[in-house]
Write a protein of this length. Structure first.
Length: 387
């Protein structure tokens, strides 16, 4: 009987270990596979990055994030070169705001930007939301290549890095601060908005931009945005009624006093999908030793995943962070690859949960097109744990 228990234990351990291996191979298989009859997934994202359509940033941000992770893990220049091509595509399609044909944005100026072609309320206008999606991961990529020493390999590398950083400083960060002052008489109001996920993009940008810029004013601005976001977010985080060691929170700010965020007339529970943007920032803030995020905070977020969001009976996740379902976007809580899955870096049980989810619910990775992000997450976790 004892021997049988040992065998079963070994098989379970072996299965779990196997599930943690070959993430890079899994990524490559998907990345270089055909996603249409004519294009690989790699080519598909390169094409999307060259459209000049600001709304495409919401999709392209996925590949920018994953290529950064894959380069950090492997140091393979193939990922880096693809990333540079995508970023060059985005920057090369920018145009001076007041010269963009059909631009309906009210504060057109001399900064560079893009308009959206999506047939919604952002049609033919410039969008702080869409730019935040992509540039949080572009700035993180700049941080990683500088940290790796790539910028010191050649003059060409350094010139590309400095040129790209300057574009971000001028035509992303400074642009929206100046516009926020014009429209709200407050430099950070446009960044902090009324929604957690929108504000998290700019806290994410600030987290890495302050480490890269040599402009004192921008460093101060970045820290201001980070501090305000962290204050707002901590005010929102409350103990879950059923699980006091886990969190629940609203997607709208509970209290904006002492910040430049916008108040909302009605509160709205945080959905898990957009909550992943918040998690992406918090995970990176903790990795960057931001003192506003403690080990206890990270454990409570992990408990939110394990005790509240995850449903063992169906191997699925709730749509909202309080465990409830969504009427408008049912099933989207299963999109775990942005932010949430990286919480496995801080808690073994959470990590094992996500490993098991990948093995047993691969259908949900496919359904929500999150395979490459998920593989990159797990590869990055393994890499960071080995350091």
């Amino acid at each position: 009987m004892k021997a049988l228990v040992l065998i079963i234990g070994f098989l379970c351990f072996f299965s779990n270990v196997r599930s943690q291996q070959n993430w890079v191979n899994d990524f490559n298989t998907k990345y270089y596979s055909l996603c249409t009859s004519e294009s690989t997934l790699r080519e598909y994202y390169q094409q999307r990055s060259a459209t000049g359509d600001a709304s495409e940033f919401m999709g392209v941000n996925k590949i920018i994030a994953t290529l950064t992770s894959m380069y950090v893990v492997t140091k393979n220049d193939a990922y880096l070169n693809d990333q540079i091509k995508i970023i060059n595509n985005i920057l090369s399609t920018a145009a001076v705001s007041k010269t963009i044909p059909n631009n309906r944005y009210a504060l057109k100026d001399d900064y560079m930007g893009w308009i959206s072609q999506a047939l919604d309320n952002a049609y033919h206008t410039e969008s702080v939301l869409f730019e935040g999606y992509a540039f949080r991961y572009i700035v993180q990529f700049l941080y990683e290549i500088k940290k790796s020493g790539w910028t010191d390999r050649s003059d060409k590398n350094r010139e590309w890095y400095e040129s790209t950083l300057h574009f971000v400083e001028k035509n992303v960060w400074e642009k929206w601060i100046k516009r926020s002052i014009k429209s709200h008489a407050a430099p950070y109001k446009t960044f902090l908005s009324s929604r957690t996920h929108k504000a998290s993009h700019w806290a994410h940008i600030g987290l890495f931009l302050k480490e890269l810029t040599i402009i004192p004013e921008i460093k101060t601005q970045c820290q201001d945005v980070i501090n305000m976001f962290d204050l707002l977010m901590h005010r929102n985080l409350v103990s879950n009624a059923k699980f006091p060691d886990a969190y629940t929170w609203n997607a709208t700010w509970d209290s904006v006093g002492g910040t430049q965020a916008e108040a909302s007339a009605e509160s709205e529970i945080q959905d898990v999908n957009h909550g992943g943007h918040v998690m992406s920032y918090i995970v990176n803030a903790k990795r960057q030793n931001n003192p506003n995020w403690t080990n206890e905070n990270m454990q409570s977020l992990c408990n939110t995943v394990k005790k509240v969001m995850f449903r063992e009976s169906t191997l699925t996740f709730s749509d909202n962070v309080d465990g409830t379902a969504s009427i408008s976007r049912p099933g989207w809580g299963n999109y775990q690859s942005e932010g949430w899955a990286m919480l496995g870096l801080f808690d073994e049980q959470t990590h094992n949960l996500y490993l098991d989810f990948a093995r047993r619910r691969f259908d949900l990775l496919e359904k929500y097109s999150q395979e490459i992000e998920y593989y990159a997450d797990q590869a990055l976790i393994e890499y960071l744990q080995s350091q």
